[in-house]
Design a protein around this ligand. Structure first.
Ligand code: UDP
Ligand code: MG
Length: 346
């Protein structure tokens, strides 16, 4: 744990003719991962002919992750900790990291090493050849259940059918973005942040690299199925209003079916003198229509809710602390008083 990292690479304060690469790492309760994380990432960074910085965003961990990172900062220049005031979720944590990153290029990387840092040199090479976005596409997803793979596959396809923004299949948040791409992304100030969609929305020259997604090295995933369903709904409703249209179309279909059925009953009664035994069909109709109505109200509600959340214009995240080391000196900058006061008032 107290291993010293001594490398010849050029961190933040290296010669300024070199370009600066930022790694943005959102993390939430990843304490068991951190020693291995630093070991592997710093080894890779040491091989690059670039200045670098690692921006770790602690998304409200309560397992001592922040303390460990502080101890790394004490002995490793170029590492920075952005500590959020509570758990805001990965999307907000990534936004915080992107806002604080100063690099000419920024790579977003998970702390659990599922996005292998050994891919960084290839990503940097692509970027240096002139593209603005280097997208990492999963060739395989080791350590994930068949159901998770299958549901992810289905979700991406549904998403792309419904929205005009083409969100590439089987890509996560693991990617490199040029300064130009990051600036474009930061212009999007919406509160409901479905990052994969926002990443895709900005466009820009993109190159795809395939990689094998590794299983988590330690700790456990923060996503459970309700969480993933929530994220999926967020994705669908953030990038298209076609679910609203579906509600209208389904409503129209149900109404037409009802009308035809009604006509059929009348015709049957007149022509055949056949009095309809109404009760079972009535129950079926009422529950069918009731279901459609509730679903439609729910869909409309999703959008109304989103509009409500957006209208409050709250910040996407709040920082509690920014800790960084330059030349081995630890600098600790308390956030602006107003923000701190706001946190206390909540
Ligand atoms: N994470 C975060 N805030 C959260 C949940 C997750 O910053 O509220 C981080 C987590 O620490 C990890 C990354 O986001 O670095 C991906 O999370 P996880 O591995 O749990 O997701 P999965 O890889 O299973 O999709
Ligand atoms: Mg993971």
């Amino acid at each position: 744990m107290n291993k010293r990292f001594e490398f010849n690479a050029l961190p933040f304060d290296g010669p300024f003719d070199k370009q600066l690469l930022s790694l943005v790492v959102p993390l939430f309760n990843e304490r068991p991962m951190l020693p291995i994380f630093f070991d592997r990432v710093l080894t890779v960074l040491a091989t690059l002919d670039l200045r670098w910085e690692i921006v770790l965003v602690d998304d409200g961990s309560d397992d001592g992750s922040a303390q460990y990172i502080r101890s790394v900062i004490d002995r490793t220049p170029g590492v920075r900790l952005i500590k959020l005031s509570r758990n805001f979720g990965k999307e907000a944590a990534m936004t915080a990291g992107l806002e604080h990153a100063r690099g000419d290029a920024v790579i977003v990387l998970d702390a659990d090493l599922q996005d292998p840092p050994e891919q960084i040199p290839a990503m940097v090479e692509c970027w240096q050849s002139g593209v603005d976005v280097v997208l990492m596409q999963r060739r395989s997803r080791a350590g994930e259940t068949v159901f998770k793979r299958w549901s992810a596959h289905l979700f991406y396809r549904l998403l792309n059918r419904t929205s005009r923004t083409n969100i590439p299949v089987d890509t996560g948040d693991f990617r490199l973005m040029s300064r130009k791409a990051v600036s474009a992304l930061l212009v999007l100030t919406e509160r409901n942040r479905y990052m994969k969609g926002l990443f895709a929305w900005i466009g820009m020259p993109t190159q795809v690299i395939q990689y094998d997604r590794e299983p988590r090295v330690a700790g456990e995933t923060k996503w459970d199925y309700p969480g993933l369903v929530g994220l999926a709904l967020e994705g669908l409703t953030s990038f298209s209003i076609s679910p609203l249209r579906w509600a209208t179309v389904i409503g129209l279909i149900a109404a037409s079916m009802g009308a035809v059925f009604g006509l059929w009953i009348v015709v049957k009664a007149i022509m055949l003198g056949d009095a309809t035994s109404g009760y079972p069909s009535l129950v079926a109709l009422i529950s069918f229509l009731g279901g459609i109505q509730l679903m439609s109200v729910g869909i409309v509600g999703e959008y109304v809710g989103k509009t409500y959340m957006e209208s409050k214009q709250r910040p996407i995240y709040l920082t509690e602390d920014v800790v960084e080391s330059r030349d081995g000196l630890r600098q600790q900058a308390k956030q602006k008083m107003t923000e701190t006061r706001h946190v206390k008032a909540v």
